[in-house]
Every structure is written in C-alpha cells, then in structure tokens.
Design a protein around this ligand. Sequence first.
Ligand code: NCD
Length: 395
Amino acid sequence: MNEFSEFQSRLQRPLDVKLSDFQRNERLKHLIFAAQLTPALLEKLRKMADMIRQLSRTRDGNLRLKHMLAHRRAMLYFTQPSTRTFLSFMAACQILGITCNEVRDPSTSSEVKRESKVDSIRMFSSYFDIIIMRTSNPIFSECCAYLMNELESADQRSVPIINAGAGAEEHPTQALLDMYTILRTFSHDYSRESKQSKFIEIQKQYPDLSPGPGNKTYLFCGDMGRGRTVRSLATVLSQYDNVRMFFVAPDYAELAMDRGLLRRYRDRGVDVHEFHSLDATFDGRPILALTDCLYMTRIQREHNSDKAEKDLAALDLSPFQFTPLRATVLKSYAPIMHPFPRDSVTNEIPTEIDSDSRAMYFRQARNGMWIRAALLVHLFDAAEELIDIYGEVRR
Ligand code: NCD
C-alpha cells in the first residue's frame, strides 16, 4: 500500500466528499464509484446506449459509429481475471472505432523491474486516451484518478480512468449494465423494437406495478460479503424511492452484506431485510413471491481464507440455488439476473432455468456492451455527435 501513501488524505475522506473529484460539471471525468451513477446520468446513458444499439443494426449506422472515436486509443489494464467485462469493453471500443491495447499480466510489463504501479499508469496515459482497469487492489483506480487530476492541474496530459472492478469493493460498470437491464425491463419505451412493449403486457396483469426502478423489491442471493457487483448495484438502487431489498446469504459472517452499507441504505429510506434461504418468508409470504427482480451471484471462493475454505466446504448451499421449483414461486415478470460467471459446481442457477422467459443473464451481458459504449461516448464528450449521427441515419 506504501506506493499510494501520497494519496492517503484523499483516500480517507467520506465517499460523498470524494465524488466531485471525479466530475467535470454535469459530466463524469472518471468512473470510480457506483455512487457516481445518479438516476439522471443513468437516463442519459440509457438513451445513448439505445441509439448505439439501433445504429448498429444497419451497415450505414455501423460505419458512422466506427468513425466517431477512431482517433482515440484505449488501454485495457486487467490484472485480475475477466471475460465479460474485458471483452465487452473491447467490443464497445470496436463499435466506436477506438483502438484497444491490453496488459493482462503485469509480469510482462516493467512492474517486474520494480517500476511502481503509479509510474506504469502514468506511462499508459502518455500513449493512450483512456485507461480501463481491473485490479485486485481496491484503491488502485481511485489513486490513478487522483494522479490524473494532479497532472491536469499542472497542465499536463491527463486521461479518464474507468474502474472495471476493484477488489471486493466496487464494480461500477457492472452496476451500469445491471441498471440498463432493469430500466429496459420496467419501461414503456421499447415498443418500437418489439412492436408491443412487454411492460404494457405486464401492467395489464399487475396494474399496481409502476415503471422505473422505484417501488420495487429486489432480492440479492449468494455471496453478499465479497460480491462487488451486489454492493455496487444496491448502492445505485438505494437512490430510488420506495425500494425494498432482500439479501439472502449463508449464515456465515464473511458472506454477509457489509453492515456499514446496510446502515447507509436504511438511512436513505430503503427497506432492508436479511435471510438465510431462498425459501424464507416475509410477512407470511415467500420472499420469492414478493420479488420484482432477482439478482443471483456465485460464492466468491477466490477470497476465501484457509478457515473459510474449510467452513464453506461443509456448508449446505442448496438453499441458495434457484431451482425450477423455486422458479414457480417467483413473480411471472421478475427478471432473473446474474453478473456471471455462474459456478458450474455449486449451480446457483441450474442450466434448466436458461429457457425460462425471465432468464435475463445472457441479454444482461450483451446490454453491457451497449451501455459501456455509451459510457465511452460520454467520457469522450461525444454525446452531441452521437445524437447528430442518430438523427441523420434515421432520417
Ligand atoms: C463479476 C466480477 O468480476 O466481480 N463478474 C463480472 O464482472 N461480470 C462477478 C463475479 O466474478 O462473480
């Protein structure tokens, strides 16, 4: 941690105080924390992602997109395992014509010659126009953003930093694609694409169901302690009105949701409850029957201590498996989400569920490509150009 000591005083500030360091007026300068994803920004990014998605359906639209950011280069610095986040960022760059380069194994970079991580990142910023990074160190991307801000203040070259997963703490771009999926599910806006909006059909059956992420019950299941995707998504959802969250995890301290975060959500008015089985009940009804959106996760074994490894091996994980029988209890419209990868041994979502019309996880992953492309357009301040291209191609 020593090499980050110069950032210590900034790192220790409360989150709310830090956020303005990563903004340029209304626009993001860097994306480091899920708390930066406000409802207004999400709405803006959702519209842009929908435009990119529609433009990419035609050859003309594709070619126009490909020219948009063809003068930009991205560095994908991913020293922690990744399939979806890495590939979807790469695909997003390709959609927009951004050239991608990668470092996935620090042993192939000068870090083996004892170059500090901070120096490596500053070097990347000399050659590339944006740095997208995933590391096991939870503070690394935040420190890189401070470094870029310092360079900018000194009138030197500075580029945006995107946190693509930081230790067990934050995964803001996963929250972004999860929110895009949730916004699309609970919206009237998609009638043009599918002739009839699915949400209108749902509302006929459930007239009380309102559009948007508010007024809903979210059930998170699996590893609530070390799952950064859950923390990031719950943090974003806690901004909406009348949200209820059920956290379902084994009765084991390391797998429980962070107490501080739960307090923060409660302070914001979220109705928060914890359970130790998917079959649990609340107010006399099965929690699955009350759920508007299900978010399954795997147990993050790579974070296990030796003791946890032994303890967890002895644990019965079947109460945390979304079996076909449990699927019959879930509301008929509730999307079944999962950030993936799913664990093929524990089977928190057995493959039989894949054919369920509510299974959203593959579409959710594809949504990641569109919304990450929208994020890149936003960070490069090219939103107006996108709107112009959309207008011209659709005319
Ligand atoms: C997640 C991650 O890396 O945190 N994966 C992802 O980005 N889609 C979830 C996980 O690894 O379980």
